[in-house]
Unconditional design. Structure first.
Lengths: 257, 315
């Protein structure tokens, strides 16, 4: 990709880093659930989902390396919080299973919209990789859509927990749709369908249908967030996560592990 | 047929090396021994996931993180398929998954001594995969020929996966052994922590009554001491080849008999730890399982309750 004009390169980096960081952080938090899922069968399923997401992140990081960014290991272990571009909601601590279900369902719908647009990306290796990724993501989406239905329609307690989780995270979701930069960079990539307003509109349409189906009141359009992870603005949760994640790596940075 | 005849037929089958299936007649004694063995095996797989689970968030490379994630998933998977066997066997007693899992939290079923111990460094996670999974392969390999056919079949798959785990452990351990002095120290300290627990792992030389009965019923086919000898024979030379020390000067092979010497582990200490869940990390790990099982009971209740079919795939 060295032949790319510089402004196009910058645009791809912007796009792919948000995706890579989202997938890595969501998988890291997901892997914290190992051994703790509601039953053994879900432990197995959720673990597979998270391993898939790590694989996707790895793919995006490898493309970033092609664009001249650091090696994937450096991207994961050596960056400070302000250098990460994931959406803030993904870095927050796990909470209960209802929160996992709500967040992962919301995220998977969003990721579906985002990767769908990239199946037409004018970069053949990205396009091919994303098509493969989407074969796995279809199962992730189905998995959490099913869970969402089960909790919404399970017991009074499961429904209450699900509603609490949705209301709690709703005001914190906004930076998911952002790219941290004015949308104009997308037109240099021929990906105008990834404009913030457009992605958010599609997402809200689908989520509104889902909530309506279970008679959950629409909480209103997702507001702009206080902090924008796409601009490197993060909570202490990310710094804490990174501290844990790189603890061994940092204990001897000259070592091969 | 009278009970005595049935029993005589059953023992003839066992002695001829024939296999018993889940729906075949079996004496209560045999059933209960199987439940005890398989239940303990299942919960040990599940509890064995925790010391390593703690290291997944901290794994120092992308590859290690993915591999360890997959390994922990395998262990939970072993627990799941083994619990299904225990559930089948427990059907006459009307006990299912919830009850078998409650038994663990209530202290009615024991898990392996090694999983009561702390795993304070990344090297411990490697040594667990190398030595504990290596030890598990040795005990499980003898069960491959178990008289209870469903157990033998499940173990085929489990042993195949465990040998991947052992190779993963070997790779982690090798990286440390060939690494910086900081890494070699980490590794040596972890070996020091785990060696004695591994000597205990195979059980006392003089086997208890149930273990002897399991030999008679051919549920298992080797003595504790045979298994321990096999372990030392396989791992002592490997550790030495890595330039590591074994924290027991008595570990030497008798050139005449081929028998390995070793210092007796602290039998009383470990027995007490397993019996009363009083090891340094017994309660912390049980708390994790409690969080998963009891803390998420509301989720399983919701699943039982959900009255509609889940929606078909969304796209």
């Amino acid at each position: 990709m060295n032949a790319l004009p510089p402004h196009e390169k910058t645009s791809w980096v912007l796009l792919l880093q948000a995706m890579a960081d989202d997938e890595w952080i969501v998988a890291h938090r997901g892997s914290e659930w190992l051994g703790l899922a509601p039953d053994l069968e879900e432990d197995l399923a959720y673990s597979s989902v998270n391993q898939d997401e790590m694989g996707h992140a790895q793919f995006y990081y490898a493309l970033l390396t092609e664009l001249g960014e650091r090696e994937p290991e450096q991207m994961v272990f050596a960056r400070t919080a302000s250098q990460w571009r994931n959406a803030c909601i993904l870095e927050s601590p796990n909470g209960d299973w209802a929160r996992v279900v709500a967040l992962r369902y919301f995220y998977e719908v969003f990721d579906d919209i985002r990767t769908n647009a990239l199946t037409r990306a004018p970069w053949p290796s990205l396009q091919a990789g994303v098509r493969k990724i989407r074969r796995e993501e279809a199962y992730h989406l189905e998995h959490f859509a099913t869970w969402f239905d089960m909790l919404a329609n399970g017991t009074l307690e499961s429904r209450r927990r699900l509603l609490d989780a949705i209301l709690d995270m709703w005001p914190k979701l906004g930076d998911i749709f952002s790219w941290g930069e004015p949308d104009t960079f997308l037109s240099t990539l021929d990906l105008a369908s990834l404009r913030q307003g457009e992605v958010q509109r599609l997402w809200e349409e689908r989520i509104r249908d889902k909530l309506h189906r279970w008679q959950i009141a629409w909480p209103g359009s997702v507001p702009l967030p206080a902090a924008n992870g796409r601009r490197g603005e993060h909570s202490d949760d990310l710094a804490n996560l990174l501290g844990v994640m790189s603890e061994v790596w940092r204990s001897d940075e000259t070592a091969l592990w | 047929m009278t009970e005595d005849h049935r029993m005589a037929d059953f023992m003839t089958k066992i002695e001829k090396g024939q296999k018993i299936e889940a729906n075949d007649w079996m004496p209560d004694d045999y059933r209960n021994l199987l439940i005890k063995q398989i239940h303990m095996h299942a919960v040990s797989e599940i509890m064995g996931a925790y010391p390593e689970k703690e290291w997944v968030p901290k794994a120092p490379t992308i590859r290690r993180k993915m591999a360890l994630n997959a390994k922990v998933q395998d262990e939970i998977g072993h627990g799941q398929i083994l619990l299904r066997l225990a559930e089948d066997l427990s059907r006459p007693y009307g006990r299912g998954r919830e009850a078998l899992m409650d038994d663990l939290l209530d202290g009615h079923v024991k898990f392996h001594n090694v999983f009561h111990m702390p795993a304070p460094t990344w090297a411990d996670a490697g040594v667990i995969a190398f030595l504990v999974d290596g030890g598990a392969i040795i005990t499980q390999a003898m069960l491959l020929d178990s008289s209870y056919a469903p157990y033998a079949r499940m173990l085929k798959r489990i042993v195949a996966e465990e040998s991947f785990h052992m190779q993963y452990g070997e790779s982690v351990v090798l990286a440390l052994a060939e690494g910086t002095s900081f890494q070699r120290n980490l590794l040596q300290e972890a070996i020091n922590r785990w060696w004695e627990a591994m000597m205990f792992f195979f059980g006392p030389r003089q086997m208890g009554q149930s273990a002897q009965k399991m030999m008679r019923y051919k549920i298992r086919t080797k003595t504790n001491e045979e298994l321990r000898q096999k372990f030392i024979n396989r791992y002592a030379p490997r550790l030495w080849a890595l330039g590591m020390r074994i924290p027991d000067p008595a570990v030497k092979q008798d050139p005449q008999t081929g028998e390995w010497g070793y210092t007796e582990p602290n039998w009383a200490l470990y027995t007490e730890m397993v019996r009363n869940n009083s090891g340094p990390f017994s309660q912390a790990r049980l708390d994790l399982r409690r969080r998963a099982h009891a803390g998420n009971r509301w989720v399983r209740e919701a699943l039982n309750h959900a009255s509609v079919k889940p929606s078909a795939a969304e796209s």
